[in-house]
Design a binder for this molecule. Structure first.
Ligand code: FDA
Length: 533
């Protein structure tokens, strides 16, 4: 594999902006899409078994193989003209080059978990696009001695955790909870799980990556340069190129960890516990993670502690005695068993369950997210409980930050929400088809999100890019790449990235000035007319 190498020297900021200015102002318009020529180009450059056009009998099963949200399995959904199920880097490069030549954009798909389906569907049928599916590029190579791993974007978090635990019981990785989540999208958006208070985000532990850029070149960290390397570790997937694989720094885990799950009903003072939780959980020692999940009239408090039960029970007794955790609530296990415990709710599951990539989509869902910077008053929690009584109610998931998160600068990576008390996710789900039922559940998610507005972060109201939410705004169909598109994108861009949004747009203008990697919420190139350039 030939990786293009550039000079190691980082450009000075002024030189960077000068180049950027030239790139943005000199960029010719992207060619208008010529789907027939695109498909002929793919057919000429790819082995037939990796190419699935929408005329192929295999198309639907390949398309749906990793869709997680039934909302986007509908006949009216605009889907790709072709899916390239890449078996090697050259297949991704061919897809990008054919797409760039013939004006057909390519969307990367790793695990297909995007909340809004942006890795495989478009909002509008106006512009044809193709998908490069990376599920087959999922090798995991763990070097336990060096505490690193190379992992293909198409691997799942479950496959990563399984491979690490097979090499060492004393190593782990601070990624998300869902084992079927794709590494490609997860790392692209930051990624957090139960080790975040000790070790920060998944993306904080990326030390190298290999990407196919908008010209179809294969670039590693040195070749892509530090600006692009910064952008791909949290700037959201689908904007800068197709990341093929990542080199991760693994973290040490103790031989024994401790977990508990306790339930407290609303009428058992759950409101007072929540009021206390939001002050306690973000300030606990960083070895303790204690989150809360609210459903119906029940608060479920779940904890992972990096050590034995004695330490966890003592920490709770000292810091949060009101929760009433006793030694009987606590279970000790190896870290990999705790991964299974939180993924599948229960102890004693076989590790191999982590390798199950899941069947087709089984539920409809819609989610939104917030960041909470100051404790929410008790009357607002009471009102949240009332929302949870409504027809169509889903879940509220409260993930505490603090610990290591607070020690990382908000500009160190594109993910800016380092100083928040907790992430609040509003998650609605349902199993029946129909517009009425969908409106009821989506309406609930939007309604409770609206209700919480006075109590969450503001100017801008923050959101987590990996909990993608198109309600925040979308890029238009037009391709002008001008000031208007950038200004419009700030609505959602600054919610996800705050001040980092402009730097992301500057990187985009440098590496993809024609906006080849574009979707409804991809980073637009910073227009050359922006002040300060
Ligand atoms: P998918 O393939 O759909 O890609 C998501 C986005 O990234 C798309 O825009 C896509 O084009 C782009 N992309 C994908 N691969 C790329 C690549 N190789 N290079 C460049 N761009 C690429 N999050 C979290 O932080 N903690 C958690 O615990 C969980 N848990 C969880 C559970 C479940 C069931 C779901 C559905 C989701 C989560 N998430 C999560 C959110 C998850 O992190 C988020 O949806 C990721 O973007 C999913 O990555 P996939 O590769 O699966 O998605």
């Amino acid at each position: 594999m030939a990786i293009v190498r550039r000079s190691l020297a980082l450009p000075l900021l002024a030189a960077f902006f000068a180049v950027l200015h030239r790139a943005a102002s000199a960029a010719p318009a992207a060619p208008s899409p010529d789907t027939s020529s695109f498909l002929r180009c793919l057919a000429a450059d790819l082995p037939p078994q990796v190419l699935h056009t929408n005329a192929s009998p295999s198309y639907t099963s390949v398309l749906e193989s990793s869709i997680k949200n039934l909302l986007f399995v509908a006949p009216a959904t605009p889907t790709p003209v072709a899916i390239v199920k890449a078996a090697g880097a050259s297949h991704v490069q061919a897809a990008v080059r054919c797409g760039a030549r013939h004006g057909v954009r390519v969307r990367p798909r790793s695990g297909g978990h995007d909340y809004e389906g942006l890795s495989y569907r478009a909002l509008s049928a106006a512009r044809p696009f193709a998908v490069v599916d990376l599920a087959a590029l999922r090798a995991v190579r763990v070097d336990a001695g060096r505490r690193t791993a190379w992992i293909g974007s198409g691997a799942t978090l479950g496959e990563l955790y399984y491979a690490i635990a097979n090499r060492s019981a004393r190593l782990g990785f601070p990624g998300g909870v869902g084992p079927t989540v794709g590494v490609g999208g997860h790392l692209s958006g930051g990624g957090f799980g139960l080790l975040l208070r000790k070790h920060g985000l998944a993306a904080d532990h990326v030390v190298d990556a290999v990407i196919v850029d908008a010209e179809g070149r294969l670039l590693d960290r040195v070749a892509m340069g530090e600006d692009l390397f910064w952008a791909i570790r949290g700037g959201g997937g689908g904007s800068f190129g197709v990341v093929l694989r990542w080199k991760l720094r693994l973290v040490r885990v103790p031989a024994t960890v401790a977990v508990f799950t306790v339930h407290r009903a609303r009428n058992q003072s759950a409101t007072a516990l929540l009021a206390r939780w939001q002050r306690v959980a973000p300030a606990l020692p960083r070895d303790v993670f204690l989150r809360a999940v609210l459903q119906n009239q029940d608060a479920q408090f779940e904890s992972l502690y990096l050590g034995p039960c004695a330490g966890l029970v003592a920490a709770m007794a000292a810091r949060f005695p009101e929760l009433g955790v006793t030694p009987r609530d606590c279970v000790e296990m190896a870290w990999i068993e705790s991964v299974l415990y939180f993924a599948f709710y229960g102890a004693g599951k076989p590790r191999e369950q982590l390798l199950d990539r899941g069947a087709g989509p089984e539920r409809y869902f819609k989610a939104k997210s917030d960041y909470v910077s100051a404790p929410v008053p008790s009357h607002a929690w009471e009102s949240a409980w009332r929302w949870l009584l409504r027809d169509g109610a889903g879940l509220l998931i409260l993930d505490p930050y603090g610990g290591r998160m607070g020690g990382v600068s908000p500009s160190a990576t594109p993910f800016p929400h380092r100083r928040e008390l907790f992430n609040l996710q509003y998650y609605g789900f349902w199993f029946e088809n129909g517009t009425g039922v969908a409106e009821k559940h989506v309406g609930w998610v939007r309604g409770v999100h609206r209700e919480m507005e006075p109590y969450v972060s503001r100017n801008p109201r923050g959101a987590y890019v990996n909990y993608r939410d198109l309600d925040l705004g979308v890029n238009g169909d037009d391709d002008d790449g001008g000031e208007g598109g950038y200004e419009k994108a700030r609505a959602w861009g600054e919610a996800y990235f705050k001040a980092n949004f402009e730097r992301l747009a500057a990187v985009k203008a440098k590496v993809d000035p024609h906006d080849f990697f574009r979707n409804e919420q991809s980073i637009p190139p910073l227009p050359s007319s922006r002040k300060g350039l």
